[in-house]
Design a protein. Structure first.
Length: 149
């Protein structure tokens, strides 16, 4: 009987050891495209941009990423769509998600910097097939929720 208890204890320890090792592995950021909705608060009203593709491109060491919103119109009166890149987003990986953050950065669009629409307060996460984040472009609160197509 003592032998059975010992074998069960050893099996439990081995099982927990394997599970813990796999659970402690941080997610590795990888290039990915997501499709979803960008919501901009404009004149105290939400303006939704549906079907927006976002490119997520991590740095080689996985500590930062750039996020590009493709073909976006931030307000209803915008006559054209543009691609906007948010550089220098910090990444922190855990076993279940990658946390995104950026206190402040200057977005890039149409070949240059746009300091008037400085990005502030970016927070978000990438988990499974989902990407979501929120930030301010200048004075405009903006959020994104998307999934891998």
């Amino acid at each position: 009987m003592n032998t059975n208890r010992i074998l069960c204890a050893i099996a439990a320890i081995l099982l927990l050891g394997c599970t813990k090792e796999n659970a402690d592995e941080a997610m590795k950021p990888e290039n990915a495209d997501f499709k979803g909705t960008v919501t901009v608060i404009y004149q105290d009203q939400p303006f939704d941009n549906e079907g927006i593709v976002v490119n997520f491109v991590p740095s080689d060491d996985g500590s930062t990423a750039s996020i590009t919103l493709q073909k976006i119109r931030f307000v209803p009166q915008m006559p054209v769509t543009i691609d906007v890149t948010i550089p220098d987003v910090k990444l922190v990986s855990s076993p279940t998600e990658i946390t995104l953050s950026c206190e402040e950065t200057i977005p890039l669009a149409m070949g240059g910097e746009y300091p008037r629409y400085k990005v502030t307060g970016l927070t978000g996460k990438l988990s499974g097939q989902n990407l979501e984040f929120s930030l301010k472009f200048g004075d405009y609160p903006t959020s994104y929720k998307g999934t891998r197509p």
